[in-house]
Structures are given as C-alpha cells and as structure tokens.
Ligand binder design. Structure first.
Ligand code: SF4
Length: 193
C-alpha cells in the first residue's frame, strides 16, 4: 500500500474515523486505550480555568486516597454532561493536564529589576512586602482628592488592576473591594460563573 505523508497526517487527524487509509479500524483500540487509562482512576468534575466560557472538565486522578498522598492526575477531558461544552474542549482546554503537570510551570514569584535582562525568583514573603511598599508609595504619589473643578473624587490614578480568566468570583469580589478602597478606578477583570 502506498501511503503519502498527507494521507498519514489525515488519518492521524481523523483519529476515530471508522476506516483509516491503512485499512484498520482503530475505534475499538482507541476506546480500550481510554478505558485502560482511567480504569482505576477517580473522576472529579471541575471547570476549565482558562477563559470565561467555563467549560466543564473531568479530571482523572490515581492515588490510594490516603490523606498524606497527593493524587496524580492521569487524564483530563471534556465533561459530556456539561451544558456549556457537552464534552468538547478547545485546544487550550484540551491541554489542561499540562497546567497541572508541566515541570516548566512557574511555582514561585519572580521579579525583573529595572535595567536587568533576566527574571529572578523571590520568596512569597519578599514579594508581598515589596508589592505592599510599592502600592503604598504609588498611592501616596498619585492620589487625587479633588478634580480640576474642585469636586471631591478621591481616586488613585497611578495604579490599575487587570484580572485573568483563572480568577474566581470570590477572588474578583475581594479584588474589587480592595481596589475601590484604595481609590483605584482603572479596574478590569473577567467574569466567571
Ligand atoms: S476549554 Fe477553551 S473555551 Fe472552554 S473554558 Fe477552557 S479555554 Fe475556554
């Protein structure tokens, strides 16, 4: 059989199609592979953290459920019972397992000093202290009590806050309260449900 590179890629893309150009029906093998992968795993329903579509996901973990053992994530897929995505995930959501397992994930705060060409790790305590000092100084330097017409505005014009799609409703609630109490009016975040 003469299989071109294009045919081979097409077969790989189609994946679950009943017949491939190689003449094998891979559907039962693929279904069995999935079953083997999650056979002894615990299924947990969750929500993709990447964007405000909030697709439902099933996370499969292996572990003996002992309190001192962290379960190992072995598989993530779309939740077929979820009303938003009905089992589908976009490419980003489909790579969600990497959000948990990839060794290149950032696990510590980092800072890039003025004039530096690289990021350096700092401790959480140092990062919180530094952020606190900078917020205080920026607010002191840029707080406006009255506008040009003499009206009381009490706003901080030197800071802005932008939230990401992984922020929960509760986190966003606290952010809005905190930023408003500082007088920050340039505030944007993404809704989650
Ligand atoms: S799977 Fe894609 S569309 Fe769905 S929530 Fe995640 S990033 Fe958004």
């Amino acid at each position: 059989m003469n299989v071109t590179r294009r045919d081979f890629l097409k077969a790989g893309t189609i994946g679950g199609a009943a017949a491939t150009v190689l003449g094998f029906d891979l559907t039962p093998a693929q279904a069995q592979l999935r079953e083997l992968k999650i056979a002894r795993a615990t299924e947990t329903r969750s929500t993709c953290p990447y964007c405000s579509v909030s697709c439902g996901v099933l996370i499969y973990t292996l572990g003996d459920k002992a309190k001192n053992v962290t379960p190992q994530v072995v598989h993530v897929e779309g939740d077929p019972d979820h009303p938003i995505n009905r089992g589908t995930l976009c490419p980003k959501g489909a790579s969600l397992e990497q959000d948990i397992l990839n060794p290149r994930r950032l696990m510590k705060p980092q800072v890039r000093r003025p004039g530096s060409d690289h990021w350096e790790d700092i401790s959480w305590d140092a990062a919180i202290d530094e952020i606190g000092r900078k917020v205080k100084k920026t607010r002191d330097d840029s707080f406006v009590e009255k506008d040009a017409q003499g009206r009381t505005v009490n706003r901080c014009e030197g800071m802005a806050f932008t939230g990401g799609c992984t922020d929960t409703n509760e986190f966003n609630f606290l952010v809005v309260k905190t930023m408003r109490s500082l007088g920050v009016c340039y505030l944007e975040n993404q809704a989650r449900v």
